[in-house]
Design a protein around this ligand. Structure first.
Ligand code: KIV
Ligand code: NA
Length: 276
């Protein structure tokens, strides 16, 4: 396929042909994901994964735009979506539009994602009607970590389950091209995926969803601070990197690196012996 995957293509997907999604914050990661993923999310999880913050609340619009630009340079095929950070869309639909428009114009991405349900539906409809495709995000909403009382599985009691169901429906009805459903008990997630008009992209949700997303650093073993139960680790690149770094340090200290082949011109004999 030579055409970039669009939000319309994503909207048309079903569980028979699930949406494969991962996060990227940089050009090299985007390049690795692009041949394999339908959707690449520039997630505000970068605040925790790249910047070492405790939550996503400190992420700024400028950070999202800089990383969105980097990801766009590495992705030519996947549908790239950029997260709207905390504080950039909650205040009013007009402010949301202005900030979403900046993200779209300055990165060239296909869509934005924002967290929220019933209370954000009007904003989602406002953006969608004005040419900005929106990916919803309901269930566990990391930007609401303080309201949730921690990173907690959502939907355990019936009242909360009903609220999440209404949130997903409101965002789909507002015109979101798909909805991320995070950290939600499986039977509820399954029911939402079965009933919702828009495809559900699950993370800690259900195998019955129309798509799946995870944080790339989590599946690659590159983020060790906190690994939720829903993450499957497909590689341990963190351990491989630690070994490589230790080997470099050993060789520099032992005067084994650089060797003559890493130098320009002729290296005198015994150059590798300890100088001084
Ligand atoms: O910020 C993020 O990485 C996300 C996904 C994990 C859905 O919002
Ligand atoms: Na996010």
């Amino acid at each position: 396929r030579d055409r970039r995957i669009s939000t319309k293509d994503i909207s048309a997907r079903s569980a028979d042909d699930p949406i494969v999604a991962l996060t990227a914050y940089t050009m090299p990661m985007a390049k690795l994901l692009d041949p394999h993923c339908d959707l690449i999310l520039v997630g505000d999880s970068l605040g925790m994964v790249v910047y070492g913050l405790d939550s996503t609340l400190g992420v700024t619009l400028d950070m999202m735009i800089a990383h969105g630009q980097a990801v766009m340079r590495g992705a030519s095929r996947a549908c790239v979506v950029v997260d709207m950070p905390f504080g950039s869309y909650q205040e009013s639909r007009e402010i949301a539009f202005r900030n979403a428009a900046r993200i779209m114009a300055e990165t060239g991405c296909a869509a934005v994602k924002l967290e929220g349900g019933v209370e954000m539906a009007e904003t989602v409809a406002f953006l969608v009607a004005r040419g900005i495709p929106v990916l919803g995000h309901v269930g566990l909403k990391p930007q609401s970590v303080h309201s949730h009382g921690g990173f907690r599985v959502q939907g355990r009691d019936e009242a909360m389950a009903e609220a999440i169901r209404r949130d997903a429906e409101a965002i789909a009805a507002a015109g979101a091209f798909a909805v991320v459903l995070e950290g939600t008990v499986e039977p509820l997630a399954r029911a939402i995926a079965a009933d919702l008009a828009a495809p559900v992209i699950g993370i800690g949700a259900t195998p019955a969803a129309q798509g799946q997303i995870l944080v790339s650093e989590d599946i690659l073993g590159l983020y060790g601070e906190f690994t939720p139960k829903f993450v499957k680790r497909y590689a341990d690149l963190g351990a491989a990197a630690a070994e490589a770094i230790a080997a470099y340090a050993r060789e520099v200290r032992a005067h084994q690196f650089p060797a003559p082949e890493h130098c320009f011109g002729v290296v005198p004999a015994k150059a590798s012996a300890k100088v001084k």
